[in-house]
Design a protein around this ligand. Structure first.
Ligand SMILES: Cc1cc2nc3c(=O)[nH]c(=O)nc-3n(C[C@H](O)[C@H](O)[C@H](O)COP(=O)(O)OP(=O)(O)OC[C@H]3O[C@@H](n4cnc5c(N)ncnc54)[C@H](O)[C@@H]3O)c2cc1C
Length: 500
């Protein structure tokens, strides 16, 4: 039986971040994800790396301050995935929040960011407002611009898991936590490997439950002590739209309604809102409600009447949930986004941590706090591998043979593919180029601009198992390829996927 110091359950951003932090500190670590990395909430977010300007009016300065600090760190360790974005907040006659209040909020946001700020906020001049051609002008009193950042959330999660693996952790997707029992001073953890249908056991001193919306369910399995906080599952919905209509980020504050984000993202437009209670059983395929869809369409069309959104333009609708600590607030938007964790030590000395809530933005800081607690009780076996706040994620590392690969690609038809590889996988392009150049049989095209070398990379390096992993989470190829192309890639994937 393999022995670990730390086993982390859940390959969302929190589990991946915890595994990376533990591996960097020198703990012998394992991460298990039952499906694909980021298959749940961590690919269904609003894709913002933000302090959360709206949390200011709730007085949550600590949350905003920490998140703004992490925003700077993520811009540093993942510049290929986290990019600055300018947001506009329009204020209309009769709005609940007057212009002075929004201006003050933007100013405070800048102050909290301090030296870490991106471009400072400002109130737009008339000339600048006239350039926002898409925005409704009737009744418009003011527009404020401020800066934040956005992220490819699923790839941030994946690369965080790969970084944990590169630092020595054993990292598995398609592997579920089944049960844990205690044996003297260790947990015996039963796992199921979906790649080959086998069951296995590993042992560990520390078990961390980072299973997101499933965390309360697993918690009941792992501990008999009912001391977990009350939780509500809160749902958000997003549309992905193919349109060049809106070129700026907008945060709209509809009268008496929920905030709606309208953001250019990865060549598409993302329109989304959060905050409706979810009471369904299925935690993976969260159905968006008709009422929420209508609300999003209505708000979008109200703010951008010159370019109304036709439902046929919507390429993809997704919905995700987050568990939030229930302190009895009537307004779901006012529930705390702060991460919460509980720990327990069993008679044999085994340590158990369970975490709930949080934000993608603060995942690294959250992981740092928990693993620091773990380290107080359990010393790591190995040497430290560095600081997770400083060390770039794999996609941001320069490949050592980049120059020679570029030279070899000169004059090769693959040179035209290289730009797409860089756009999709950043420094992962070098892995694909090596395979392509050294194994000519992988040069076969499976779809427009998509060759076997790229598929092999996705399977061997990025641990792809299902076609959907490629089309929706490793890239957005779902919206570029025809059904025939997808089928062909799926058939080839079936032949070459890794089944140990
Ligand atoms: C609508 C919405 C919008 C949001 N927007 C933002 C935003 O813009 N910016 C931001 O910073 N934050 C945002 N958040 C918050 C953020 O998305 C979440 O806090 C974060 O993704 C939660 O990550 P997680 O790892 O805890 O959970 P998840 O991503 O849900 O991961 C949990 C994982 O555990 C796995 N798992 C469950 N059971 C088992 C088992 N038995 N064995 C193995 N694995 C298991 C699941 O398959 C899942 O992949 C948003 C949240 C929502 C709901």
């Amino acid at each position: 039986m393999k022995e670990f110091q730390v086993v982390v359950i859940g390959g969302g951003i929190n589990g991946a971040g915890l595994a990376r932090e533990a591996a960097y500190r020198g703990f012998k670590t394992m991460l298990v994800e039952q499906g694909d990395f980021a298959q749940a909430t961590s690919s269904q977010s609003s894709k913002l790396i933000h302090g959360g300007i709206r949390y200011l009016e709730q007085g949550r300065m600590g949350l905003v301050f920490e998140a703004l600090l992490e925003r700077k760190r993520l811009l540093h360790i993942a510049p290929h995935l986290v990019t600055p974005l300018r947001f506009h907040i329009p204020v209309y006659q009769g709005d609940q929040r007057p212009a002075w209040m929004i201006g003050l909020g933007c100013w405070l946001y800048d102050q909290l960011a301090g030296g870490r700020n991106l471009e400072a906020s400002h109130r737009l001049t008339k000339a600048e407002i006239s350039q926002l051609g898409e925005l409704k002008k009737e009744g418009l009193k003011a527009v404020f611009a401020y800066s934040d950042a956005q992220v490819f959330d699923a790839r941030l999660t994946l690369e965080t898991a790969l970084s944990a693996s590169d630092a020595g952790a054993e990292v598995h997707n398609q592997m579920a936590f089944v049960a844990a029992k205690r044996d003297q001073d260790r947990f015996i953890v039963e796992l199921k490997n979906f790649r080959n249908g086998t069951r296995l056991e590993v042992s560990t001193q520390v078990l961390i439950n980072a299973a997101g919306a499933w965390a309360p369910v697993l918690d009941k399995q792992i501990t008999a002590k009912p001391k977990r906080p009350g939780l509500k599952l809160v749902r958000g919905i997003h549309f992905l739209v193919k349109t060049g209509a809106v070129n700026h980020g907008f945060l709209t504050l509809p009268k008496g309604g929920r905030i709606v984000f309208v953001l250019p993202w990865q060549g598409y437009l993302l329109i989304g809102t959060t905050e409706s209670l979810y009471e369904g059983e299925d935690r993976l395929h969260i159905p968006p409600s008709e009422e929420e869809k209508e609300y999003l369409l209505k708000v979008y069309n109200e703010y951008f009447p010159n370019q109304p959104l036709d439902p046929s333009q919507i390429l993809h609708t997704y919905s995700g949930v987050r568990p939030l600590i229930d302190l009895g607030e009537a307004d779901l938007g006012k529930m705390s986004r702060e991460a919460h964790w509980e720990s327990e030590f069993f008679a044999g000395g085994q340590g158990y941590w369970a975490l709930f809530g949080g934000k993608i933005t603060s995942y690294r800081a959250f992981a740092e706090q928990i693993i620091s607690e773990v380290a107080k009780h359990f010393g790591p076996l190995g040497p430290s591998k560095g600081d997770t706040a400083q060390h770039p994620l794999p996609g941001a590392l320069l490949p050592s043979d980049a120059e020679s690969l570029r030279a070899r690609l000169k004059g090769d038809p693959a040179l035209a593919l290289k730009d797409q590889w860089v756009r999709r996988y950043a420094s992962g392009w070098a892995w694909i180029a090596r395979r392509y150049l050294d194994h000519p049989e992988t040069q076969t095209l499976l779809a427009r601009g998509f060759c076997l070398a790229e598929l092999t990379y996705l399977v061997e390096r990025e641990k792809v198992w299902e076609l959907e992993d490629i089309l929706l989470r490793r890239s957005l190829l779902a919206f570029e390829f025809t059904q025939d192309e997808k089928t062909l890639i799926g058939q080839k994937l079936n032949e070459i996927r890794v089944r140990p």
